[in-house]
Design a protein around this ligand. Structure first.
Ligand SMILES: [Zn+2]
Length: 168
């Protein structure tokens, strides 16, 4: 299966009648944008009161910047939009369970909920959840694994690494 077919399948698979499908599909769409640019396909959107206020996708390669993860880009845009570092009543949708750096940013931005698609398999010790639910933080953030979206989100990542191995 070529990459194009595979990404199309991912979006079709995720277009189900799910309460979170609008936002998660947008995050998947962002991940697909990253994939087209040969970046690791991870996408994120931030939602406030039922409306998308910012979007982002991973662009570490193009920017040659280690912190340009999808979540950081989306948080950055949301802060600019709301003119506040405090993202009140905001929820983050991301295609992959966030890394510890992004978990720190999510906690600092006071995001209240994180919905994610694929589970991070390389560090299966729930680092992100540990950070976000740490009793040492005044701010608590809830993490929700949207299992219905695990497959399309993982599929994008698997395809990316398969293609990269072929190239090398
Ligand atoms: Zn990250």
């Amino acid at each position: 299966m070529n990459r194009k077919e595979n990404t199309e399948n991912a979006i079709i698979f995720a277009q189900k009648n799910h309460p979170h499908s609008t936002f998660m599909n947008e995050a998947i769409f962002q991940a697909q944008k990253a994939l087209k640019k040969e970046e690791v396909p991870i996408g994120a959107v931030i939602v406030q009161n039922g409306k998308i206020i910012s979007k982002g996708f991973n662009c570490r390669e193009k920017s040659q910047n280690a912190i340009k993860h999808a979540e950081i880009i989306a948080i950055n845009k949301a802060c600019k939009k709301l003119k506040s570092w405090r993202l009140e009543n905001c929820e983050l949708y991301v295609t992959l369970e966030p890394c510890p750096m992004c978990a720190g940013a999510i906690a600092n931005a006071r995001i209240c909920k994180v919905f994610f698609g694929a589970q991070e398999k390389t560090s299966n010790d729930n680092l992100c959840e540990k950070i976000l639910t740490s009793t040492r933080l005044n701010h608590k953030c809830e993490m929700i694994h949207l299992t219905e979206f695990d497959e399309p989100c993982s599929q994008l990542l698997t395809q990316f690494f398969k293609n990269r191995r072929k190239k090398n």
